[in-house]
Design a protein around this ligand. Structure first.
Ligand SMILES: [Zn+2]
Length: 104
C-alpha cells in the first residue's frame, strides 16, 4: 500500500531551476495532533530556545508551529501552515537562518 502522499498540497515548491540538488529528509510521525493524521509528519511543536531547526524546517510566524518538508527548504519556497491556514514564503532571516513570511 502506498501511503507516501507527499505530492499532495501540504508543501508547495517553486520549480527547480539549475540550483544545487536538495537534500531529502525522511519525515516521521511527530505526535502533532492539530491536523489530520496523514499530515502530522509535516508539523511539530517548537520546543523553545533549546530547539533547533533542521534544513527542512521553518517556523510559522503566526502560530509558531514548525513546518517540515521532505526536501531542504530554500528562500523563495512556498509552504502552507495547515494548523493556522497561512500561506508562507521561506526567506533568509537576519541571523542567516531560514524564516517564513506570511503571503498576502
Ligand atoms: Zn501557522
Amino acid at each position: 500500500m502506498n501511503d507516501d502522499l507527499d505530492t499532495a498540497n501540504s508543501v508547495e515548491f517553486e520549480t527547480d531551476s539549475d540550483e544545487a540538488p536538495r537534500r531529502r529528509f525522511e519525515l516521521e510521525e511527530t505526535g502533532f495532533r492539530e491536523v489530520p493524521k496523514r499530515w502530522r509528519k509535516f508539523y511539530r511543536l517548537w520546543d523553545g530556545p533549546g530547539d533547533t531547526l533542521a534544513p527542512n524546517e521553518v517556523i510559522c510566524p503566526v502560530c509558531k508551529v514548525v513546518i517540515r518538508s521532505h526536501r531542504e527548504l530554500r528562500p523563495g519556497d512556498r509552504v502552507y501552515c495547515m494548523p493556522c491556514m497561512s500561506r508562507l514564503v521561506v526567506a533568509r532571516g537576519p541571523d542567516g537562518g531560514l524564516i517564513a513570511d506570511v503571503l498576502y
